[in-house]
Ligand binder design. Structure first.
Ligand code: HEM
Length: 132
């Protein structure tokens, strides 16, 4: 094991992570593809996402302690996560990362991981790609 290993959560820090999530949901709130999927009041969504991202990045298991096993794909099943919605989600995250100016190397790894997770969350085809 490398002696230089740093937990990603320690690298970004709690303050920057919160800034990033606020910058992200500011964009989600006005994105035409995402508006119909998300609740109008995002306060609780932001709080849960900060808890989840904290543990996703190797910090304390805040999400699990309060809400149980993440089972993220299952938790998203009630929402129509189409390829377009995943793309929109990632666009909002990309722009939020620009706004808070994450360190480039950290950003690259973190974003790539979010791309994989976002694609894993897709549970419906785009409307124009239905069976008929
Ligand atoms: C792929 C596009 C995605 C869309 C459209 C989407 C949409 C949503 C929606 C509509 C909610 C419910 C919000 C609420 O009722 O408060 C939600 C909750 C959540 N999402 Fe996503 N999501 C996506 C991807 C992701 C990814 C990639 C992650 C994690 C890396 C994530 C983590 C969460 C968490 C932690 C919650 C809160 C779960 C809970 O209520 O217990 N989502 N998402």
């Amino acid at each position: 094991m490398s002696p230089n290993y740093t937990v990603p959560y320690d690298e970004i820090g709690a303050e920057k992570l919160e800034q990033l999530m606020r910058a992200f949901y500011k964009r989600v709130a006005v994105h035409p593809v995402l508006i119909p999927i998300f609740p109008e009041d995002l306060t609780e969504t932001i709080r849960k996402q900060i808890q989840f991202q904290t543990q996703y990045l190797g910090g304390p298991n805040l999400f699990t302690e309060e809400h149980g096993h993440p089972m993220m794909r299952a938790r998203h099943m009630n929402f129509a996560i189409t390829p377009d919605a995943a793309q929109a989600w990632l666009e909002c995250m990309h722009e939020a990362m620009d706004e808070v100016e994450l360190a480039p190397k950290f950003r690259e790894i973190y974003y790539k991981r979010l791309v994989l997770t976002a694609h894993h969350m897709i549970n419906r085809p785009n409307i124009d790609e239905g069976e008929n």
